[in-house]
Design a protein around this ligand. Structure first.
Ligand code: FAD
Length: 460
């Protein structure tokens, strides 16, 4: 814990070393500097530094350590919700570090740690390559990949964490560390799925995959058909090859202008999917779902950058309240539980309740993999609603909890990246992985300087 005197010294040292990259509560622009992507989270750090280089990160770590502050790296603040109080922390805004280089020969993207998927997918596609991006273009690649990274090709190529080939990290003792399979292998292991507890990542090298186009889109039915459609989707997931990643979803679209007129203010049950292959094979796979005669069908061939539009995520920061959990299965009784908790006629305040299909490569551990070697669950639930006021946040939060409680019989644990409440990190890992992650934390950050959203405490 830092005293007022230490904080004043820290701020003057930050300002001396970092000038205009420092924001403090007394300055104009403070509210903007401390604001995360999730506008429902009111962050109050001691000070904010907007890093523009790895040297800036080093300076922040050194001064913070000296003055008793903690360091909380943030890419965008998509997952600002679970982080503990920032009262004694420097919020280290990484968003200005967003340069990306593609090495087509080695099928690699080298990116600074604040880069978002929208900075990567276009340049990669120019070379016929794709990274393992998720549903939103403005999610930061680093936070996403450190916490798992469940994207549109997860069943074919696994989670994004295991596509990290190297990381540049500033450790808590101020050392710049290169981590890959041969150098600092413990740190490299922990970063890949263990979250942001182990150091500040300043750059990543990611594997890219030779995917030029996918057959992808959304099928919409009126939400009254939720049970029938989700049951058919669940049956379908049992038969599809690993080239198909999909989700079933209850969608309650708000009556706002940004939403196309045909969808605005309506409630649907939808299936979204991305199929690696051509239109003929994609159509063949989709046939059993099309037999249910969807009201709208947007499927077509899309290049990988098009995948970031598929899920209709908000294009700009919004206030949201949500949470996720892993499910071992999503059988008839679970579907019924979801429909009773948040389906048609329940006046659900949730914008979205989605269940993503896992398995395939996501479920296969390889010796080369990191802390999230495989996801031992068949499906992933994520529910979210708008939380523009404290009252809305409470109402949505209650419904999120009710849905999770209704699905408790199928609970298969938590994933770092989809857990948006303060949660015991032990629930996110097996006992062995958690023990090893705590040992890595003790090796690289024994004083617990780095403050992740889901903190792994150092081993004692
Ligand atoms: C609209 C939306 C869509 C999403 N879609 C998907 C999806 O399709 N698939 C999926 O898997 N997840 C998805 N997520 C979850 C998302 O992956 C997590 O919220 C992730 O943590 C976001 O990373 P961020 O850096 O943007 O967020 P932040 O809140 O900035 O970061 C989250 C945490 O990552 C760590 N971190 C970030 N940068 C660094 C760094 N440079 N060094 C060390 N640690 C760091 C920190 O611990 C930080 O608390 C989605 C979330 C939202 C809100």
């Amino acid at each position: 814990m830092t005293t007022a005197g230490q904080l004043a010294t820290a701020v003057s040292k930050f300002e001396h070393r970092l000038g205009g990259r420092v924001a403090t509560p007394r300055q104009a622009g403070w509210d903007e500097a401390r604001r995360p992507w999730n506008l429902a989270v009111d962050q109050h750090p001691a000070v904010v530094v907007r890093a523009e280089s790895a040297d800036d990160v080093l300076a922040v770590i050194d001064i913070a350590r000296e003055q008793g502050l903690r360091v909380a790296p943030q890419g965008t603040g998509h997952s600002a919700g679970p982080r503990a109080s920032l009262e004694h922390s420097v919020l280290l805004d990484m968003s200005r570090l967003n340069q990306v280089e593609i090495d087509p020969g080695r099928r690699r993207a080298r990116l600074q740690a604040g880069a978002q998927w929208q900075h990567v997918v276009g340049p990669a596609a120019d070379h016929g390559l794709a990274g393992l991006s998720g549903s939103a273009g403005d999610v930061c690649v680093t936070g996403y990949a450190l916490g798992g990274g469940v994207g549109w090709m997860v069943r074919r190529y696994g989670v994004a964490a295991n596509s990290i080939r190297a990381a540049e990290v500033v450790a808590a003792d101020g050392r710049s560390v290169h981590a890959d399979a041969d150098t600092e292998p413990d740190l490299f292991w922990a970063l890949r799925g263990g979250g942001g507890s182990f150091g500040v990542v300043t750059a990543l090298e990611l594997e890219l995959f030779p995917v030029r186009e996918l057959y992808a889109g959304v099928l919409f039915w009126p939400q009254e058909r939720a049970t029938e459609v989700l049951t058919a989707w669940h049956e379908w997931t049992a038969s599809v090859p690993e080239e198909v990643s999909s989700l079933g979803r209850l969608l309650n679209l708000p009556p706002i202008e940004e939403i196309p007129e045909a969808l605005r203010g309506r409630s649907f049950v939808v299936v979204e999917a991305a199929l690696i292959g051509d239109e003929a094979s994609g159509s063949e796979q989709l046939a059993p779902l099309r037999e249910l005669r969807p009201e709208m069908d947007t499927f077509g061939m899309v290049p990988p950058p098009g995948l970031t539009a598929l899920h209709m995520d908000p294009p700009a920061p919004v206030p949201g309240e949500g949470n996720g959990m892993l499910l071992d299965d999503f059988p008839e009784q679970a579907i019924e539980a979801v429909v009773v908790a948040a389906g048609p006629g329940t006046d659900s305040p949730l914008v979205s309740l989605e269940v993503r299909h896992l398995g395939g490569a996501a479920g296969r551990a390889e010796p080369s993999h990191g802390a999230l070697a495989a996801i031992d669950a068949g499906y992933l639930l994520y529910t979210v609603g708008m939380a523009a006021t404290a009252e809305m946040k409470r109402t949505v939060g209650r419904r999120v909890d009710e849905v999770q409680a209704a699905l408790a019989p199928w609970d298969a644990g938590r994933l770092v990246g989809f857990t948006e409440r303060p949660t015991d990190p032990a629930l996110m890992f097996s006992d062995d992985v958690y023990r090893r992650a705590r040992e890595v934390k003790a090796k690289y950050d024994p004083g617990n300087l780095i403050q992740a959203n889901h903190e792994i405490p150092p081993a004692e």
